[in-house]
Write a protein that binds this ligand. Structure first.
Ligand SMILES: C[S@@+](CC[C@H](N)C(=O)[O-])C[C@H]1O[C@@H](n2cnc3c(N)ncnc32)[C@H](O)[C@@H]1O
Length: 269
């Protein structure tokens, strides 16, 4: 490990979206300090851009093109918006923010940003898991995952749970054959419970996978399935892994009978 890598490893690993907020805040701080020191506007802007970019590239928790892009783009976009609309009163900014918060409450940011399941992402899943009767998309967003699941199993009872009221409402409209509820996918009772499901589908984020696995092991019965697009459960061997060329992998786990005294990590096969 060289000196640069050693110093990077000292950076705290903040949960998403804090790394993006840190990149935006630091970029604005650098811009403000440069402007305070009398730097020309273009130089202050370039310094802010550079600071945001560096944080996006090195900050643990900013891995992946999308996260880096979001972290790096915050400063230039907000600077552009400030410049274009600097005459707006504060309430106008708040009014702009409100629909965003409605669509995407902060709590949902922690679990996964909004990325939909591509239509063919689950191709071949039915050949591995057969015909589940009760299927849940945990964190169903606008219903893209539900539609892909419906394409595989039109007869199954499909459910979706989504934290954002606006996305849940839109998913209900887009997927009238599914039972879409607004709620917390982590709740262990009510809409959040996975106990009755034959298959639970998730497309969340890498950091959520240990919690997803623990919930599946605690609530789901032997023989049921947990399917995750893109992100594997660390340390657990999947039953199967499907991947079309150039596409996201699909990780398939089968819940085994829980042995007395076993831990969640052993509860799969
Ligand atoms: C990457 S999107 C996936 C959407 C959908 N499953 C699909 O594949 O098309 C993740 C979704 O999970 C939702 N989400 C995040 N945390 C949640 C929570 N605690 N309870 C319910 N939904 C949540 C987000 O609002 C977002 O819509």
């Amino acid at each position: 490990m060289n000196a640069a890598q050693a110093s990077l490893s000292l950076l705290p690993r903040l949960p998403w979206p804090l790394p993006a907020l840190a990149a935006w805040a630091l970029a604005w701080l650098v811009w403000w300090l440069a402007a305070l020191a009398g730097a020309p506007a273009a130089l202050a802007l370039a310094s802010g851009l550079l600071a945001g970019l560096v944080v996006a590239l090195v900050m643990p928790g900013c891995q992946g093109v999308w996260r880096r892009g979001l972290a790096a783009a915050g400063f230039p976009l907000s600077a552009f918006a400030q410049g274009a609309a600097s005459a707006w009163p504060a309430w106008a900014w708040l009014a702009l923010l409100l629909p965003l918060l409605l669509a995407y409450p902060l709590r949902a940011w922690r679990d996964a940003p909004f990325f939909p399941t591509p239509p063919d992402a689950l191709a071949g899943l039915d050949r591995v898991v057969g015909q589940p009767q009760r299927v849940l998309d945990a964190g169903c967003g606008l219903g893209h995952g539900l539609r892909a699941l419906h394409g595989l199993w039109p007869q199954a009872q499909l459910q979706g749970v989504e934290w954002s009221p606006l996305l849940a409402w839109a998913a209900r409209l887009r997927c009238p054959w599914a039972d879409v509820r607004r709620g917390d996918m982590w709740a262990s009772i009510g809409v959040g419970s996975w106990a009755a499901q034959d298959l639970v589908y998730v497309f969340q984020r890498p950091e959520s996978m240990p919690r997803v696995w623990h919930k599946a092991c605690t609530e789901m019965s032997a023989g049921s399935w947990l399917v995750s697009l893109e992100f594997a459960v660390p340390g657990v061997t999947p039953h199967s892994r499907l991947q079309l060329e150039g596409r996201r992998p699909l990780w398939i786990y089968r819940l085994a009978a829980r042995k007395p005294g076993s831990t969640a990590a052993q509860h799969g096969r």
